[in-house]
Design a protein around this ligand. Structure first.
Ligand code: NAD
Ligand code: UFG
Length: 336
């Protein structure tokens, strides 16, 4: 298939480009580079053996996007482009709604005007809020999102489902990611956060590389095995392969389909720290801090629907995730 990849220069997008090309798909990237580096695409080209056509276009730019859609005949779009920092979204809600919702509305409109009505959307486990059921199945009701970022994901899911109800030509696959970490095993592409990392694994690797003195563990009094928060960490290469598998749903005209992409296993913050230390032979100093506002105790998936319907199952475990995160950081201490 010929796929438009929005946000393809980012963390998950760049890994997905590698897997899409390995599976024989043709890809064209649109990204405004607001949270990524052009070099990521050079590294992807190196891994797949050919250039990836790239357009530095903002998805809110209707004309720019139309130009790209006219130049190609896309079978589907995989839509990663969006702002994703939870804390920043609380400070700048308008910017998050305008970029994520405004941008996606423009994208959907330009797509339908060009007769491309197939989309795979990057949603998030955050839409479950504090989940009513653990492990979380797709039947679990959506919950209250405590921040504007999560709201944009939840609202965009609703918008796309309404569009599909009104126009059955649309095929919409909503992928709810759990916690992506790790990097390509080559160490050539990986996560490249700006400033102080918000997420656990990039913080751990920056402590390991000596950029930060210690990790703050946000709370040790949750109702979990060791009191620290439990999450379903998934290797980004497995997540990337989940997008290739999701195209199967589009091929069989799924209408609207929702899949959890996770491993089904929950690990605590201290499990991650200990596994990282063991696999990489590096000590990670940490101290216990206050709980972080908006965090929940436990969040992990039941990923059986994706296995049954898409034939997709995560292959990598926490050890490989820790190994590959470190391999990336060690080889690229300052990112790209
Ligand atoms: P990322 O920031 O690395 O990638 C997003 C890309 O989108 C960046 O390259 C950025 O420059 C681009 N972008 C942002 N706004 C744009 C716009 N208006 N026009 C064009 N390009 C734009 O983030 P990621 O971790 O790769 O996440 C990809 C998607 O998955 C996002 O939608 C994110 O919300 C979602 N997601 C991520 C996680 C996670 O933990 N990483 C979890 C759940 C869902
Ligand atoms: N944590 C720490 N110290 C840190 C960073 C995180 O102890 O410096 C803890 C958190 O409290 C939590 C766990 O590590 O218990 C994971 O935190 P992350 O920030 O890595 O991930 P979250 O589960 O909070 O959220 C991430 C993304 C969201 C996405 C969600 C999907 O940031 O955008 O996963 O499950 F929606």
């Amino acid at each position: 298939m010929k796929i438009l990849v929005t946000g393809g220069a980012g963390f998950i997008g760049s890994h997905t480009l590698v897997e899409l090309n390995a599976a024989g798909h043709e890809t064209v990237v649109v990204d405004n580079l607001c949270n990524s580096d052009r070099k990521a695409l050079d590294r992807v080209a190196e891994l797949v053996g050919h250039e990836i056509p790239f357009n530095e276009v903002d998805i809110r730019d209707r004309e720019g996007l139309s130009h790209v859609m006219e130049a190609h005949h896309f079978d589907a779009c995989i839509h990663f482009a969006g702002l994703k920092a939870v804390g920043e979204s609380v400070e700048k809600p308008w910017e998050y709604y305008e970029n994520n919702i405004g941008g996606t509305l423009v994208l959907l409109d330009v797509m339908r005007h060009h007769g491309c009505k197939n989309i795979v959307f990057s949603s998030s486990a955050t839409v479950y809020g504090d989940p009513a059921i653990i492990p979380i199945t797709e039947a679990c009701p959506k919950g209250h999102c405590t921040n504007p970022y999560g709201q944009t994901k939840s609202m965009l899911e609703d918008i796309m489902m309404d569009m599909q109800r009104a126009d059955k030509e649309w095929n919409i696959v909503l992928l709810r990611y759990f916690n992506p970490i790790g990097a390509h095993p080559s160490g050539r592409i990986g996560e490249n956060p700006n400033g102080i990392p918000n997420n656990l694994m990039p913080y751990v690797t920056q402590v390991a590389v000596g950029k930060r003195p210690e990790l703050g563990v946000f709370g040790d009094d949750y109702p979990t095995s060791d009191g620290t928060g439990v999450r379903d960490y998934i290797h980004v290469v497995d997540l990337a392969k989940g997008h290739v598998a999701a195209l199967k749903a589009i091929e069989r005209h799924c209408g609207c389909a929702i899949y959890n992409l996770g491993t089904g296993k929950g690990y605590s913050v201290l499990d991650v720290v200990k596994t990282f230390e063991k696999v990489n032979g590096i000590k990670i100093p940490y101290s216990i801090k206050q709980r972080r506002a908006g965090d929940i105790a436990t969040c992990y998936s039941d990923p059986t629907k994706a296995e049954k319907e898409l034939g997709w199952k995560a292959q990598y475990g926490l050890e490989e995730m820790c190994r590959d995160s470190w391999n990336w950081q060690r080889n690229n201490p300052n990112g790209y």
